[in-house]
Write a protein that binds this ligand. Structure first.
Ligand code: GDG
Length: 472
């Protein structure tokens, strides 16, 4: 039997809708799905996860068969499980704590109970499909216990784990009541990957303080197994963004955006609705700009795309109201008959329109309070094929470790963000080109395909290390 790779993540890379009693599937085109496409679409490889929709038991077989044609295996979850494991523990405990927003955390015992139950459920599905010699690659914070659970059943299996969000400093992580269980769950992996070296450092520090593991450099020894912890900064599908911008439909949208703006400059921001993204602080910086520099009135607009997300969680609803209010205030105070300071869209757009916006924006403002990586910043860079444009980037985003030629800001310093916008608007084209071409080189070289390759190669290397230890 040929060995296979099993990818596991909370969500499958597919959208399922029910229409006239039929389930219709459309594969996701997100960066991660594209990068991992080179893995799960090959041979016997598969991707496991929740299909994103509540499927009644009597129709689960039908959905399973349809998904199997795409090499996808569903883990069906009930609305209660989604509510308590995903919206509860994942998004009301791990997400706020890992993004340093501890006052937003809700340490509910039932959330934790369901987090364990659902991680167990994922384990059962993995074990059902797992054969000797297979490799498992688990993704993200919803499944921190899964590596340990699989390891309990199959002690020799090769497991990789990658976390897409930050790992916080120990002083923050220790606040979680179930912290030891989480770290020991992650120890089930052979290779633990994070976006940045700081995340690695924070994880190793938590591991050394919370468990009796031995740590030497980036290798953890726990229960006679060795676990390698390393940073793998994730890239994007650079070639796609580079070519999208030359497509006829995008070229037409760019022309129409330019016509609407009539020589005014565009400052662009794109995020999911999330308190970690610093949307309110960014609006405050823009408001300060209009207040302190009235010369920019009627001269530039902020295009702000906020993609709806997690709107059943109370803090997200509240954030949306606050954004609505602030945008309303800014527009009411500064607008003129023919000019709007903030063009705010609370919805998602086709990737072609995003590409047109990236190409038209003079400045891209990416100022999260915390972000594992932030792919929007890299997509902006990849789209700027003439090397113009200025990226303003928060030092709290993982991407700031690679994109040093952006204007790097502390997102909490509203005055500093405002000054960076002024600097960006006045930056000579030669300087824009110098900075952007360096960043484009980085985004092009370290793309999503290299990221997948680097992780898989390292996992293979670690597997060999484990085997040599076993035969000693
Ligand atoms: C997590 C971590 C880490 C946005 N609006 C639309 C749209 N998007 C796409 C962007 C980009 C993606 O969504 C957002 O990715 P980010 O990286 O910025 O943020 P998270 O969703 O929070 O992702 C993050 C990432 O995982 C990967 O490891 O970088 O730190 O938080 O690709 O283009 N796509 C479309 N329409 C939209 O309106 N089609």
């Amino acid at each position: 039997m040929v060995n296979k790779t099993i990818i596991v993540s909370n969500r499958l890379p597919v959208k399922i809708v029910e229409s006239n009693g039929e389930y219709l599937l459309s594969p996701s085109e997100g960066g991660l799905a594209t990068g991992l496409g080179s893995v799960y679409k090959k041979g016997d490889n598969i991707w496991m996860g929740w299909p994103g929709i509540d499927v009644p038991e009597e129709r689960q077989q039908e959905v399973t068969e349809k998904l199997a044609e795409l090499n996808l295996i569903p883990v069906f979850l009930s609305p209660e499980e989604i509510n308590l494991y995903y919206e509860g523990f994942s998004n009301e405990v791990l997400w706020p704590v890992f993004h340093y927003m501890v006052t937003y955390a809700n340490f509910e015992q039932t959330y934790w109970d369901f987090y364990q139950i659902v991680n167990q459920k994922f384990k059962h599905t993995v074990i059902e499909h797992l054969n000797e010699g297979d490799t498992v690659w688990v993704h993200d914070y919803q499944l921190l216990l899964l590596p340990g659970l699989i390891r309990e059943e199959q002690s020799h299996v090769t497991i990789g784990f990658f976390q897409h969000i930050p790992f916080p400093s120990y002083e923050i992580f220790r606040l979680i009541p179930w912290r030891e269980d989480l770290v020991e769950g992650m120890f089930g992996a052979d290779l633990l990957g994070f976006h940045t070296f700081d995340d690695v450092r924070h994880f190793l520090s938590a591991a050394s303080r919370l468990t009796n593991a031995k740590i030497s450099d980036n290798v953890v020894t726990f229960k006679e197994r060795q676990i390698v912890v390393e940073s793998f900064p994730m890239g994007i599908d650079e070639a796609k963004f580079e070519s999208l911008v030359t497509e006829q439909a995008v070229v037409e949208q760019i022309a129409s955006l330019k016509e609407t703006m009539q020589d005014r400059k565009i400052v662009l921001t794109i995020d999911r609705l999330d308190y970690s993204k610093g949307i309110l602080q960014r609006l405050q910086a823009y408001e300060l700009l209009l207040q302190k520099h009235p010369e920019y009135i009627d001269d530039l607009s902020l295009y702000m795309i906020v993609v709806p997300s997690r709107d059943t969680v109370p803090q997200y609803k509240e954030l949306r109201d606050q954004i609505d209010q602030l945008v309303g205030n800014i527009n009411a105070t500064y607008r003129t008959l023919n000019w709007l300071p903030v063009h705010y869209f609370y919805r998602s757009f086709p990737i072609e329109f995003l590409s047109a916006l990236y190409a038209t924006a003079d400045v891209c403002l990416v100022t999260p309070m915390r972000d594992g990586m932030n792919l929007v910043s890299k997509e902006y860079v990849a789209t700027r094929i003439d090397n113009t444009g200025v990226l303003i980037l928060s030092e709290m985003a993982g991407a700031s470790k690679e994109l040093n030629d952006a204007l790097i800001v502390n997102p909490n310093n509203i005055g500093d963000v405002m000054r960076a916008i002024v600097q960006a608007l006045n930056m000579p084209v030669e300087e824009q080109i110098t900075r952007m071409s360096v960043m484009r080189g980085i985004v092009k070289k370290f793309d999503i395909h290299l990221w997948v390759k680097n992780f898989m190669d390292k996992l293979e290397e670690v597997k060999q290390l484990q085997e040599s230890l076993l035969t000693k």
